[in-house]
Design a protein around this ligand. Structure first.
Ligand SMILES: [Zn+2]
Length: 230
């Protein structure tokens, strides 16, 4: 089931304090409307009861979609630098829920779940889009690396991410996004064969594929962060 917990929020506009139902977990099989809200960038958007200002909570929940074989730990974009520690924590949560330490019935569900860890709304949304269009998310990250080699003007910076927004017949919609504010710095398209070419012959990329898929945090950002702070 999906779980919501009342939380006191302080409005960033007028400082009023009001109660909001913050999500603890999403079950997209039972609540497909919540998946839709994530895809439409409006899930967990609170409206201040005093001044009407709208603002979005950072993600901090587990997302389950058994039908689409997805289990995703979604955390605030600001926690990205702690990804090495968080990988261990989310692994423990998964193991208790659907992995080695779960009841047998849950384990049989867990066998079909792809386990992922994401930071920020744009990263979570991208995993749902990738599943929807049938892209392998590891190969998609490889495709990003291939693209970046040919994009000298790429606005690479900490907190700025390259995300797939959607797919059309022959084109993919991409955006450079500030992960915490969700501001789009640049929207552009690339030909879909960027991905298809790699998916058809991934062998030359095997080493980086192994790196990307070494933990549930399947994201090129970890390749640019090193080991993080000591
Ligand atoms: Zn307010």
């Amino acid at each position: 089931m999906s779980l919501f917990v009342p939380m006191n929020l302080t409005c960033p506009n007028c400082a009023a304090v009001f109660t909001y139902e913050a999500v603890g977990s999403v079950n997209a099989d039972r609540r497909p409307d919540l998946r839709t809200e994530i895809l439409e960038d409006r899930f967990q958007t609170a409206t201040c009861s005093e001044c009407g200002h709208g603002f979005r909570l950072e993600p901090d929940f587990n997302y389950l979609d058994v039908g689409r074989h997805q289990w995703i730990a979604a955390l605030p974009a600001s926690q990205l630098r702690d990804h090495l520690d968080i990988v261990a924590d989310t692994q423990a949560v998964f193991d208790l829920s659907y992995g080695a330490q779960a009841p047998a019935a849950a384990q049989s569900v867990g066998q079909d779940l792809q386990q992922r860890l994401v930071f920020g709304w744009p990263a979570l949304r991208e995993k749902l889009v990738l599943q929807d269009i049938g892209f392998d998310d590891t190969l998609w990250e490889v495709a990003k690396l291939d693209l970046l080699r040919r994009l000298p003007e790429a606005p690479m910076a900490e907190g700025v991410e390259l995300r797939l927004m959607g797919a059309q017949a022959d084109m993919l919609d991409l955006a450079w996004i500030s992960a915490s504010s969700e501001t789009h710095l640049n929207d552009f398209q690339v030909e879909r064969r960027l991905y298809d070419h790699i998916a058809a012959d991934p062998a030359p990329w095997q080493a980086v594929q192994v790196l990307l898929a070494s933990s549930p945090f399947v994201d090129i950002q970890k390749l640019f962060m090193g080991e993080g702070p000591p």
